[in-house]
Design a protein around this ligand. Structure first.
Ligand code: C5P
Length: 237
């Protein structure tokens, strides 16, 4: 059976590849992430098709622009794809408080409103790279600051590394969504990720949703890989 806490990243280049993965995963997965790769390759067709299959969609386009442009961009996505409260949309928290607040307020006015979450710091970035970007504080300190800022701006949650989930849960409260990429089952390839954890660790530390791409997509049998991950997620329950 599916578990809405698992979001599979559809990072592929064609509609056919995306559809074949979704069909292969069948009832075991109900929530999919549509990111830049598939969205820029095939356009909105993938979102429309997922909605027609009654799947939940996390439209991971990571908007980051001035407040009005970001808010209007989000409104267009919600209206065009009829996104509702089961779906997720996101912005970059480093677009600033005003940008996040404007986006959250404008979405409130819509009839159906997906959850709006903010990317704190990409899970591929490590402390050295963070320093290279000119930040004197640690990634952890900045993730907490950005998570609190997102919450105050009226967002529903954040995207962060599973390693930061616990501290975000402590500082942002029980109802805040914590969506964690950077998930690697024990023994699997790390790829370009950096701040990683296993599915069970992520759930234990307070993640509400796990975004998983390559460990499922690149597995010899994606359905078996997804079912093993679901089992692992539930081992904490
Ligand atoms: O293949 P893998 O499991 O690493 O995929 C992770 C997915 O999560 C990718 O689609 C990536 O764009 C996304 N993501 C991430 N780190 C963030 C936000 C999103 O890895 N902070």
């Amino acid at each position: 059976m599916s578990d809405d806490r698992l979001i599979v990243a559809l990072d592929v280049h064609s509609l056919e590849e995306a559809q074949s993965l979704v069909k292969n995963l069948g009832d075991s997965v109900s929530f999919y992430k549509v990111g830049m790769e598939v969205f820029y390759s095939v356009g909105g067709k993938i979102v429309e098709w997922l909605k027609s299959q009654n799947k939940r969609v996390f439209l991971d386009l990571k908007l980051c622009d001035i407040p009005n442009t970001t808010a209007q961009g989000l409104i267009s996505l919600v209206k065009q794809f009829k996104l509702d409260e089961k779906d997720f949309l996101n912005v970059h928290a480093n677009g600033g408080f005003k940008m996040m607040q404007t986006a959250a307020q404008k979405l409130q006015d819509l009839e159906s409103k997906p959850k709006l979450i903010a990317v704190t710091i990409l899970t591929s970035i490590d402390q050295n790279e963070w320093k290279e970007l000119g930040h004197a504080s640690t990634i952890k300190e900045d993730v907490i600051r950005l998570a609190k800022l997102s919450k105050t701006a009226g967002l529903d949650g954040v995207v962060a590394s599973p390693r930061e989930a616990e501290i975000i849960r402590d500082s942002c409260g029980r109802d805040f969504l914590i969506v964690t990429p950077g998930i690697r089952p024990a023994g699997s390839d790390v790829n370009d990720q950096s701040r990683i954890a296993t599915p069970a660790e992520a759930i234990k530390h307070g993640a509400t949703h796990l975004v998983i791409g390559r460990p499922i997509r690149a597995a010899e049998n994606p359905r078996i890989a997804a079912e093993k991950i679901l089992e692992e997620m539930n081992s904490n329950d």
